[in-house]
Design a protein. Structure first.
Length: 78
């Protein structure tokens, strides 16, 4: 196992400590699980993005499809 040091601001650490008290767990376990969950999610998001890019590379949108979307877009702030 490797030891990794990170800096966390006081506000974030306070929030984590409050959650840890409620959960009855310790910081190390919570951080380890959180980083693992985040790494898995980011890996999955990257794989989905790669799959989209591959699919659109094989079947790019036509000019007509893009034009059609431009006509139906509704911008609430405008």
């Amino acid at each position: 196992m490797q030891i990794v040091e990170i800096q966390i601001d006081e506000e974030t650490l306070s929030e984590v400590d409050e959650a840890i008290k409620v959960l009855g767990e310790n910081r190390e376990d919570v951080f380890r699980q959180t980083f693992l969950d985040l790494a898995k999610r980011k890996k999955r998001e990257a794989e989905i993005a790669r799959q989209y890019a591959e699919a659109y590379g094989k079947h790019p949108q036509t000019a007509e499809e893009i034009e059609e979307w431009e006509e139906v877009q509704y911008w609430e702030n405008e």
